[in-house]
Design a protein around this ligand. Structure first.
Ligand code: 4EZ
Length: 231
């Protein structure tokens, strides 16, 4: 079994590489891919760089070139739901692209012909995440994540995304990774820890909490991997 763990930024996978310790590095398509044996499985770990295009490339490469059979994403996000505070964890039930717009033709936001507004994450891994949360004594929220090629630092844009996608959190990679995994039939799990509230203070909050929130998410994802291996 080969499991992919991906992030968008170096900070999002650093705690994972640190925990694994022993890995080899391969350069491919402009990125570094880290391979390791962990317990009895093979891991392929990478950060994609920020945004939908780079994350699409990395998810596709992990699956098509490196042979990943499951994919877990770990990172940080902006909160949309008022229930979510800095450091809180959110597990995506489904994801959408909030900046995909052919509404001029009467289509809903996030929709293109032969696509769908939402892509569902793997139900089995969501169920495992509930067990992991319980065993760690952590609260996790399940909800909708909206993805777009924008760092949202604006209350009006955030409210628009809430109204149109019922999103609980937003970021810049999950929705594209979801499209790739769905098309290639690879079960995927997207976890994010909140770094900011996507409001006018978002860039400051992001800078202040990137590292600690990324660590929260990474620790949880490694517990997920342990639990997946045990099963
Ligand atoms: C993108 N990631 C942010 C990358 C920002 C700056 C150098 C997560 C994220 C996010 N994305 C955290 N907060 C966000 C927000 N308010 N809007 C969009 O996945 C890199």
């Amino acid at each position: 079994m080969k499991i992919a763990i991906m992030g968008a930024m170096p900070e999002e996978i650093a705690p994972i590489l640190e925990k694994i310790g022993n890995y080899t590095t391969t350069e491919y398509a402009g990125n570094k891919y880290y391979e390791a044996k962990y317990k009895n499985v093979d891991l392929i770990i990478a950060y994609s760089k920020i945004g939908k295009v780079f994350s699409t490339l990395t998810a596709t490469t992990m699956i098509e070139h490196f042979g990943a059979q499951k994919l877990l994403f770990s990172g940080v996000a902006g909160a949309v739901s008022p229930d979510l505070r800095v450091g809180d964890l959110i597990v995506a039930t489904k994801l959408a692209q909030h900046d995909l717009d052919i509404s001029a033709f009467g289509h809903p936001f996030g929709y293109v012909p032969e696509g769908s507004v939402y892509v569902d994450a793997d139900k089995e891994m969501i169920a495992i995440s509930k067990e992991v949360a319980q065993s760690m004594g952590k609260k996790i929220k399940e909800g909708i994540i909206a993805t777009g090629d924008q760092f949202v630092a604006n209350e009006a844009r955030k409210n628009w995304i809430l109204e149109n996608f019922k999103a609980d959190a937003l970021e810049m990679e999950g929705g594209s990774v979801a499209v790739v995994c769905n098309a290639l039939d690879v079960p995927f799990f997207i976890l994010r820890a909140i770094s900011d509230a996507a409001d006018m203070d978002a860039s400051f909050s992001f800078d202040a909490f990137l590292e600690t929130s990324a660590l929260e998410s990474a620790e949880f994802v490694m517990q997920m991997v342990d639990r997946i291996i045990e099963k």
